[in-house]
Design a protein around this ligand. Structure first.
Ligand code: SF4
Length: 330
């Protein structure tokens, strides 16, 4: 699809038919099963200062934490017992863990629990990505956030877009299933930029597309900016599904934050993944990239059950496999 066609879909007056088409494409290319990936937010330490982020380096109101490697492993073990086939290990970008620590953790989870592992731990060197892949990580999420270089520089003042794109290329080279994506409704973002973002996702031939709405956090420099609407978020999701077809797309917690029915609506507009939070409850309040995150006090078992019921309530099933890339499975 070209940019004009994408723009036409993003701006259509009544999006009902757009959502229905995205749902049809989702059914045809990825099926009815919804993949549950257990999310472990294992450290909120971050050396970067992205303007929109609640755990940015200069936010002094955040109490920082670092789970020990044994705590992370215990969490993975609990996730396996609950029924998860797949984990997402996420943290801020920092040097809190050595490469050896991370690699031995990955090997242990892989060998003893047999779970598929997605990492979301930011920019690394090619050699580090290679070591993490060899230690057992299967997938890597690294959002490019926006394809606009100007907007990227404004919102991520201590990052380089070129480096981010280089990292995405390295991840592919070393054999990861690669996920990337954007934030929708960022201050200064236009519909034209979102169309360019979708074209870039297509060019990167992603296995997973992760994205969520911008939610203004009062403790950040963008605290007074308006948050994204669910309407724009769902339109973007639907268009990504129609354009990208056989990729995994999560209905993110942020969508459930801006609308209590946000995740159900997202699953009906093209999404096929949910990421229940299995981080120990004592850490969850400290990992708030945006305010108002639901389920902060919910035990992992309750979170799992809530999401299974959510999936069943819309007539879908929970997947019983690890949910690897549909591109490599072909
Ligand atoms: S968005 Fe990521 S890299 Fe940026 S400040 Fe937040 S945790 Fe750190």
């Amino acid at each position: 699809m070209n940019k004009d066609e994408i723009l036409q879909m993003l701006t259509v007056k009544d999006a009902t038919a757009l959502y229905a088409e995205a749902d049809r494409v989702r059914r045809e290319y990825v099926g009815d099963a919804v993949h549950l990936r257990g999310l472990i937010e294992f450290s909120n330490a971050c050396g970067r200062d992205c303007l929109y982020c609640g755990i940015r380096r200069s936010n002094r109101s955040v109490q920082r934490y670092r789970m020990s490697v044994d705590e992370i492993f215990a969490c993975a073990k609990e996730a396996k017992i609950l029924g998860f086939k797949s984990l997402v290990l996420q943290s801020g970008e920092s040097a809190q863990y050595t490469l050896d620590e991370m690699c031995s953790l990955l090997r242990r989870i892989k060998q003893e629990q047999g779970l598929a592992i997605t990492l979301s731990i930011g920019e690394k060197t090619r050699a580090e990505y290679e070591a993490l892949k060899q230690a057992g990580a299967d997938r890597y999420l690294l959002r490019f956030e926006t394809s606009s270089e100007k907007l990227f520089c404004e919102l991520k003042p201590d990052s380089l877009q070129q480096k981010r794109m280089q990292c995405l290329a390295w991840l592919r080279e070393v054999g990861f299933q690669v996920g990337s994506g954007i934030m929708v409704g960022l201050p200064g973002q236009t519909i034209s930029m979102i169309a360019d973002d979708i074209l870039l996702m297509q060019e990167l031939d992603l296995d997973m597309v992760g994205f969520g709405p911008f939610i203004a956090d009062p403790t950040t420099p963008l605290g007074d900016a308006g948050s994204a609407s669910l309407d724009l978020t769902l339109r973007t999701l639907a268009v990504i599904r129609i354009v990208m077809k056989n990729v995994h797309i999560p209905a993110t917690t942020a969508m459930g934050t801006i609308d209590p029915e946000g995740r159900q609506k997202a699953l009906k507009a093209g999404a096929n993944v949910l990421m229940p939070n299995v981080t120990p409850t004592q850490y969850r309040e400290m990992y708030q990239l945006y305010p108002g995150k639901p389920g902060l006090k919910q035990a992992p078992s309750d979170t799992f059950d809530t999401l299974v019921r959510l999936v069943q309530s819309i007539g879908r099933t929970v997947a019983d496999d690890a949910g690897h890339s549909l591109k490599i499975l072909k």
